[in-house]
Design a protein around this ligand. Structure first.
Ligand SMILES: Cc1ncc(C[n+]2csc(CCOP(=O)(O)OP(=O)(O)O)c2C)c(N)n1
Ligand SMILES: [Mg+2]
Length: 565
């Protein structure tokens, strides 16, 4: 068997069903082999390699299994880089494969050679170069283990062309990975201490991060909340891990979060962090962050504990396992914190403000209200990066894990549309919406061809404010409204572009047109682009400036700076 066949067989052994890719000289043996395996492995031809990586990311976020993408060497491989980095920042399991020049030419600046091992080193969990076809099976298996186990992340595999064409003669089979031993169970002593701290606390808050989604710990989280009556705030990456209609759900915290979430964190006496890495977008000023609280931090990656915030009780382990241990340790002790919980519940209600706001041009919140009307529990909402992303994080309610996907750590414009394609492949029975910006969508607009030709139905809803809105907002607020390089001026006409790809495009300008357009898109069999013309200079508020205190939120519902309620 040739190396190219061994590569595909190794992928099949890992139950890979889809591969998002774009061909070229250095991967032609693999593309040739696809023809032999077309019933087992579906190759989805994207129109830019970055989209292949984002699609693999979207697929992985929905399934919890590694998404796979493939590119040729040199420019094909470097086009994957943004997608790999995006996955790395959000701990997404991914296998990124790319061809390379034959081993005899490595390091010679041969045609389309790029040092992807060097380039991907800081943006992958690990990378492999396969120089000997006998190691293909072993290295691919190890790559999947590393990508998926413990804290997940992308693994890059470099495939020099001769390892694809040479015969596999004697496969190696040492699958042990030296030094790789994720810890899943929390230390029993730490669990007991945590249980004591939780039962003693008067104003506890659970801070649930993306780790809850990754470890599928939502049922355990709900159980603990029911037992103890503790309010829950989720990070942007944790959105959907706890039902947002729950009376104890505070919603998202942080810079663009809900004021009740920031209030609760600022006034808590105990924070139970489950799988969240205390990013600067949630902490703001570290000196004053959660200044009244003791902090328990549960994380599978010990390197995250104490990295940004001083911790009182660290627990290294998998969120699901640790939650189960905590539940056992606490048993059915009656829920206390009544005074705190009742107060927080009142504030939560106050925070659920009216967002079905009529008027022309359209208020962005009107679109969020429409999403809350249209989206069913299993439907998936993916976003681009910018104001629209934060509007969605703040206002759209999600109830089921893995139904809200976005690029949190990297904030990658262009993530939404291709990630939505990957999500749709992973969950064909769900409707997949991509709430996107006019700037973000334009970066990956060519993927309309992929949707058309591969029969992938997603609904991009472009919040067309004619601006790189988030940057414009910062210029308005922090640079004396000196707008520079942010006006996109409504070019192109997105509905017409959709038509050029033989897809339906609808421009929405008035309140009265929204519901019909959404319903039409919902019912359609193929991709429909909704170009929603919104107010040009609407801001996503309240917010706190970078590095400020959580309680320094301003704007919108906040009457007096520094006083949230
Ligand atoms: C690839 C990339 N380039 C630049 C940025 C910086 N940036 C963050 S938000 C933003 C504006 C996004 O504009 P748009 O997609 O129209 O969304 P809006 O904010 O208007 O909703 C920019 C330029 C980024 N996050 N990603
Ligand atoms: Mg915009």
């Amino acid at each position: 068997m040739k190396g190219s066949e061994a590569i595909i067989r190794a992928l099949l052994e890992e139950n890979v069903e889809y591969i998002f890719g774009f061909p070229g000289g250095a991967v032609m043996p693999i593309y040739d082999e696809f023809l032999e395996f077309k019933d087992d492995l579906r190759h989805i031809l994207v129109r830019h390699e970055q989209a292949a990586a984002h699609a693999a990311d979207g697929y992985a976020k929905v399934t919890g299994r590694a998404g796979v993408c493939l590119a040729t060497s040199g420019p094909g491989a470097t086009n994957l880089v943004t997608g790999i980095m995006t996955a790395y920042m959000d701990s997404v399991p991914m296998i990124a494969l790319a061809g390379n020049v034959p081993t005899s030419l490595l390091g010679n600046d041969a045609f389309q050679e790029s040092d992807m091992m060097g380039i991907t080193m800081p943006i992958t969990k690990h990378n492999f170069q396969i120089r000997d076809p006998n190691t293909i099976h072993t290295k691919i298996k190890k790559a999947f283990t590393i990508a998926q186990e413990g804290r997940p992340g992308p693994v890059y595999i470099d495939l020099p062309k001769d390892c694809q064409t040479k015969e596999v003669t004697k496969e190696t089979n040492n699958f042990k990975i030296a030094g790789f031993k994720p810890v899943f169970e929390g230390h029993p002593k730490q669990i007991m201490k945590a249980a004591e701290m939780i039962l003693k606390a008067e104003r506890p808050v659970i801070l649930a991060g993306g780790g809850i989604l990754i470890s599928n710990a939502s049922p355990e989280l709900s159980k603990l909340v029911e037992m103890l009556n503790i309010p829950v705030t989720t990070t942007f990456m944790g959105k959907s891990c706890f039902p947002e209609s729950h009376p104890l759900c505070l919603g998202m915290l942080g810079m663009h979060g809900r004021k009740v979430a920031n209030y609760a964190i600022g006034n808590a006496d105990l924070i139970i962090n489950l799988g969240c890495r205390f990013s600067d977008r949630i902490t703001g000023d570290l000196e004053t962050f959660a200044s009244q609280a003791k902090i328990i931090h549960v994380d599978i990656d010990s390197a995250e504990i104490g990295k940004n915030v001083k911790i009182d009780l660290p627990i290294v382990g998998d969120a699901k396992k640790v939650l189960a241990q905590l539940i056992k340790a606490i048993e059915a002790k009656a829920g206390k914190h009544k005074e705190w919980t009742e107060k927080i519940k009142r504030f939560i209600k106050e925070c659920d403000c009216e967002i079905d706001i009529s008027g022309s041009p359209l208020d962005p919140r009107k679109i969020m209200s429409e999403f809350n009307r249209v989206l069913k529990k299993d439907d998936i909402l993916v976003t681009g990066t910018g104001q629209h992303q934060m509007f969605a994080g703040h206002f759209v309610k999600r109830e089921k894990p893995r139904t809200f996907l976005s690029s949190g750590g990297a904030g990658t414009m262009g993530y939404g549309f291709p990630a939505a394609m990957g999500a749709k492949i992973a969950a064909p029975d769900s409707q997949v919406f991509d709430i996107d910006g006019d700037g973000s969508f334009a970066m990956v607009i060519q993927e309309l061809a992929t949707c058309k030709e591969e029969n992938i139905k997603v609904v991009p809803v472009i919040m067309n404010n004619a601006y790189l809105g988030m940057v414009r907002q910062w210029m308005e607020l922090f640079f004396d409204k000196r707008y520079s390089g942010v006006h996109l001026k409504r070019t192109p006409d997105f509905a017409k572009v959709a038509e050029a790809y033989s897809l339906e495009g609808v421009t929405v300008e008035r309140d009265s047109e929204i519901a019909e357009a959404f319903d039409r898109a919902y019912k359609a069999d193929s991709t429909v682009v909704l170009d929603v013309i919104t107010q040009e200079e609407a801001n996503i508020l309240p917010m706190f400036p970078a590095g400020a205190r959580n309680t320094d939120m301003f704007g919108n519902c906040i009457q007096k700076r520094g006083k949230l309620f």
